[in-house]
Ligand binder design. Structure first.
Ligand code: NAD
Ligand code: UDP
Ligand code: UDP
Length: 323
């Protein structure tokens, strides 16, 4: 008799990262329940899975209780782009906090292992560089980014309290800026903005002087890190940084995108948003030691794949965009 497939719930499964995780877990033989309220997620990200016998889609908002029977939970539901998470900041913090409580309550009832997509934003505008997991961060609790940063920090607290109080098996990943195919063209994050602008020969909008830095990880590398962390020994609960330590200024990123697209776009400077972190680079020593994980795709290679996806999407070639 065939062994029953592992039933995995992915919240935010129709989003950029969630949809890649659906693909990966289905390929690994799991039964996948994708839950999403389609705030920033898109049907087209998971359309190719709708007929899959082990895939199920449920429209649901994680701020409301959810009663399903599963073996594992990946909690990814939450808008990730500053532009999107500031549209309705109260809903953003509810998604992180009430969403975490509901998913932890569900995990407790069914005794499921649960993974949290936390973020490098818990480090805020960091004075320690690169950022190790032991750094407590520097976050403005009342600024426009707080709905996301503090929401994610509170979600981490909830995960650790459910672990201590109810012996839940938890896995907390701190994700650094990740990009790749299936980002929404209107998402508002820097990689998607620059590529879409370059492909349309519109000016590339650099916020501030462009000397602030970020470290960009390609989606496939990150998903490999998710799965390794979820499947690691129960003793490893995190937080574990996952990201690519290659660090670039926004000016360098803009130049790279211009070179790779062959675009005639100019660069235009716009005001720097409030509380925009100056620098960010992960210390990934822990993921290397405990998970044997490190990113494989460098920025040039990852940008080429992402440019090809946006090129096809903007040309209306749904098949070509299905990377
Ligand atoms: P995304 O915006 O593409 O995906 C988020 C998904 O969550 C979307 O499908 C959205 O519709 C869904 N969602 C939002 N609120 C919801 C709610 N209340 N109920 C149900 N679904 C809801 O973003 P992403 O880049 O795929 O990010 C996925 C997760 O990873 C997020 O939790 C994000 O905070 C985290 N993360 C991402 C990055 C990154 O660089 N991509 C960095 C750090 C952390
Ligand atoms: N919850 C849920 N699905 C479940 C079990 C619980 O959504 O299968 C929600 C429940 O509605 C509650 C939250 O998770 O609001 C926290 O549950 P817990 O059992 O930890 O707390 P309590 O119900 O005792 O407040
Ligand atoms: N940024 C930019 N132009 C854009 C969008 C973003 O220069 O069109 C900058 C932004 O100010 C920040 C960096 O790029 O310094 C990364 O921004 P993003 O929103 O992608 O992620 P986060 O700030 O959450 O790291």
């Amino acid at each position: 008799m065939l062994a029953a497939a592992k039933r995995v719930l992915i919240t935010g499964g129709a989003g950029f990262l969630g949809s890649h995780l659906c693909d990966r877990l289905l390929a690994d033989g799991a039964d996948v329940l994708c839950v999403d309220n389609f705030f920033t997620g898109r049907k087209r990200n998971i359309e190719h899975l709708l007929d899959h016998p082990r895939f199920e889609l449920m429209r649901h908002d994680v701020t409301l209780p959810l009663f399903v029977e599963v073996d594992e939970i990946y909690n990814l539901a939450c808008p990730a782009s500053p532009v999107q998470y500031q549209v309705n900041p109260v809903q953003t913090i509810k998604t992180s906090v009430h969403g975490a409580i509901n998913m932890l309550g569900l995990a407790k009832r069914v005794r499921a292992r649960i993974f949290q997509a936390s973020t490098s934003e818990v480090y805020g505008d960091p004075e320690v560089h690169p950022q190790p997991e032991s750094y407590w961060g520097r976050v403005n609790p009342i600024g426009p980014r707080a709905c996301y940063d503090e929401g994610k920090r509170c979600a981490e607290t909830l995960f650790f309290d459910y672990h201590r109080q109810h012996a839940l098996e938890i896995k907390v990943a701190r994700i650094f800026n990740t990009y790749g195919p299936r980002m929404d063209p209107n998402d508002g994050r820097v990689v998607s903005n620059f590529i879409v602008q370059a492909l349309q020969n519109q000016p590339l909008t650099i916020f501030g002087d462009g000397t602030q830095t970020r470290s960009f990880c390609f989606a496939s590398d990150l998903i490999e890190g998710f799965v390794r962390l979820m499947n690691s020994d129960a003793g490893l609960i995190g937080p574990v940084n996952l990201g690519n330590p290659g660090e670039f200024t926004m000016l360098e990123l803009a130049e790279k995108v211009l070179a790779l697209t062959g675009s005639r776009s100019r660069i235009e400077h716009r005001p720097l948003p409030t509380d925009d972190p100056r620098q960010r680079r992960p210390d990934i020593g822990l993921a290397g030691r405990e998970l044997g994980w490190s990113p494989k795709v460098d920025l040039t290679e990852g940008l080429k794949a992402t440019i090809a996806y946006f090129d096809a999407l903007l040309a209306g070639d749904e098949q070509g965009a299905r990377a």
